[in-house]
Design a protein around this ligand. Structure first.
Ligand code: PRX
Length: 653
């Protein structure tokens, strides 16, 4: 984040209280904070009891072996039962779970009864394929109802899903499948994006082509109708299997700490981390936050979260939170601007969406297109807006409220992470006055502190490092297969001070009202359009290309995407003359997109002769960031060779 945007955040002082009508009908009551403060664990136990427990728990938290927590450990629960059967048995089977809209305009309406029936059949398919409790199933699908059905069916039989975002490459699928030793991959022939079918199964085939894969079967949903290769004995059509499956499946009880899913996310090293979440605590916090942050009235609201199910936001706020709460949702397969730039607003009008949850990068791109596009549509059904994924600048916040929210809707800016599993910091919209640009206050039952490097608390107006000071129900339970990395990454930074502090990797400050302002990552993790990317991961993709000798990647401030990937590359000596810098740069941009996925494609690649290094050989990214952001270059005195920056910036002029 640039210094100027930090300043503009700090100058923001407006507060927008909820309307009296909104406050009067608020799901959350102000007493939540007091109850949580009085007895935090009892507060969470109370929230957990809103779910259906096959066997009630008697113990709330076990924190005797930090940082390894268990929540509600002697209870037994079935996550899918809570999202499905429970609503049908309560007489809400006819309620719409999803108004699904495909990108080409085809639609499907799925009620809770239908969703339950489908999940039962798919659970039986999984069992017939030999999937048992604890087995890992990789899911690589577009945003179609089958993605949700697949996740819930895996959960229903106590297996563990690992959803791989549909934009990731074959290599990314392979590394995730291998890391988790997945037995089954569920994919589709293809999906729709920007008016075209993009192949998915082909990437899975590619990922599994190297010998030694743990995968026994590939289950293929027909969606794109594109041609696919077929491996007999391994590949099965979803529709054939589901048609032949037994319709009845009774949800079994599993321990509250039964693993629910693994979701890979970028860290500071090249290898993505498999973040592990379990069942009872995760569902408790996902459901509680969804109901209270989004003020959900399930009988009347139509809720739309635009996230792909391949990200944590899709897991917690498309699948588990909303379905546990019996919400009616919109699910949309495609991009916001296909076939016209008003597609999202058209969908809001069509389904009378009342609660809308999206990312600042999307809001900024709509701002650029102009208000005349959303103003062509009737958005009067909207009563609450949400934001997630990166800091939202006050200008975008105000535009979002004025243009999309008719100048009246509350906005909740929700801070959380793949690791936290559910929202940690947000306003409660009927209670808290909204402040543009601030994520505001910890959720009831969540303890956040801002610390300096040495672990002392920092007071307003100074900034520091954001930590979570007490364990929380939906916290990650570890990194798949790597307990040491879990401890080291999140819990070692402040291990010298008393208590166990979870280090989030974000900078933040608190203002005089106690509202928290997020200031961006403090590590080598970039945030591009609300997606997490690691500098090290992209660097290792670049140096894997035979023409590259060395590479350094930085996240540069970008008006549209928050940050953008900018790479500095030294070519191998025999390459420098073989192609122009432009050719090399184009080739390497495509190479990164192929290796990791299109979201990681660098905005720019500068071919350079040297990289700025300290005497101990560490690349000084700070200086490269100055170049990438077009700023005056900062202090170069610690460089081994102080002329390097001059050479780089001369070359780039
Ligand atoms: O830097 C913070 C930023 O996104 C990171 C988490 O990324 P990920 O695990 O991909 O999860 C994104 C969706 C929950 C955080 O460390 N971040 C997320 N939400 C916000 C945010 N930064 C500022 N304000 C937010 N509301």
């Amino acid at each position: 984040m640039s210094n100027s945007s930090i300043d503009s955040l700090q100058n923001e002082t407006r507060v927008f209280p909820p309307s009296p009508e909104f406050a009067a009908n608020s799901v959350a009551d102000a007493g939540l904070y007091a109850r949580a403060a009085e007895n935090r664990l009892e507060f969470w136990a109370e929230q957990a009891r809103d779910l259906h427990w096959h066997k009630p728990f008697t113990e709330t938290l076990d924190w005797s072996n930090p940082p390894f927590a268990t929540w509600f450990a002697d209870g037994q629960i079935n996550v899918a039962y809570n999202c499905l059967d429970r609503h049908v048995l309560a007489g809400n089977g006819d309620r719409v779970a999803f108004h699904w809209e495909g990108e080409p305009g085809d639609t499907r309406t799925v009620t809770y009864a239908e969703l339950t029936a489908e999940v039962k059949k798919v659970a039986n398919v999984l069992l017939s394929l030999g999937i048992e409790q604890g087995d890992r199933v990789a899911i690589y699908l577009p945003v179609i109802p089958e993605a949700v059905i697949a996740m819930l069916a895996v959960a229903r039989i106590g297996a563990v899903h690992s959803v791989v975002f549909g934009g990731f490459s074959a290599e990314s699928i392979r590394s995730r499948v291998d890391d988790a030793s997945a037995k089954l991959v569920i994919t589709a022939d293809g999906g729709w994006r920007k008016g075209k079918v993009f192949p998915l199964k082909a990437a899975v085939d590619d990922a599994l082509s190297a010998p030694g894969s743990s995968v026994e079967h590939v289950l293929v949903v027909k969606r794109g109708e594109n041609a696919v290769d077929w491996t007999d004995g391994r590949d099965l059509w979803w529709h054939d299997q589901v048609e032949a499956a037994e319709p009845e499946h009774e949800a079994e009880a599993f321990d509250a700490e039964n693993p629910l899913f693994i979701l890979y996310t970028s860290g500071t090293t090249g290898k993505p981390k498999g973040i592990l979440h379990t069942s009872g605590g995760y569902l408790t916090q996902a459901a509680f936050t969804h109901k209270n942050v989004f003020d959900l009235h399930p009988e009347t609201d139509v809720y739309w979260c635009t996230a792909d199910v391949g990200w944590i936001t899709g897991h917690s706020y498309v699948v588990y939170g909303p379905l546990a709460n019996g919400a009616t949702q919109v699910l949309y397969e495609g991009t916001p601007d296909t076939p016209h730039p008003g597609r999202w607003w058209e969908i809001i009008e069509k389904y009378k969406v009342s609660i809308f949850y999206t990312a600042p990068t999307a809001i900024r791109s709509f701002m650029k297109l102009g208000r005349q596009i959303p103003q062509k549509f009737d958005l009067s059904s909207l009563r609450l807006l949400g934001s997630v994924g990166e800091p939202i600048n006050p200008e975008a916040w105000i535009w979002y409220r004025d243009v999309i929210g008719a100048g009246t809707t509350p906005i909740v800016d929700t801070w959380w992470q793949t690791e936290t599993g559910a929202i940690m910091i947000s306003a409660l919209p009927g209670i808290t006055g909204a402040k543009p640009g601030s994520a505001q206050v910890p959720m009831p039952g969540i303890k956040i502190d801002i610390l300096s490097e040495d672990g002392t608390r920092v007071d307003p107006p100074h900034g520091g490092l954001l930590v979570v000071s007490e364990p929380w129900p939906s916290m990650l339970r570890g990194i798949w297969g790597d307990p040491d990395r879990y401890q080291e990454t999140y819990w070692s930074k402040f291990s010298a001070i008393e208590g166990n502090k979870y280090f989030a990797g974000d900078g933040a400050h608190v203002d005089a009202d106690g509202d928290i302002w997020l200031l961006g990552r403090v590590d080598d993790v970039m945030n591009v359009s609300g997606h997490r990317l690691s500098t090290a991961e992209i660097e290792s993709a670049l140096v894997a290309n035979p023409i590259v000798a060395e590479a350094a990647v930085v996240g540069a401030a970008d008006e549209a995407t928050g940050q953008a990937v900018v790479a500095f590359v030294i070519l191998k000596s025999n390459q420098a003359d073989a192609q122009t810098a432009d050719e090399a740069s184009a080739l390497l941009r495509a190479h990164v997109a192929k290796t990791i996925g299109a979201i990681a494609r660098p905005r720019e690649i500068f071919i350079v002769a040297e990289l700025p290094k300290t005497r101990s050989g560490k690349i000084m990214r700070r200086l490269l960031q100055d170049v990438a952001e077009g700023r005056e270059i900062g202090d170069t005195t610690t460089l081994a060779d102080t002329s390097v920056m001059q050479i780089i910036s001369d070359r780039l002029k």
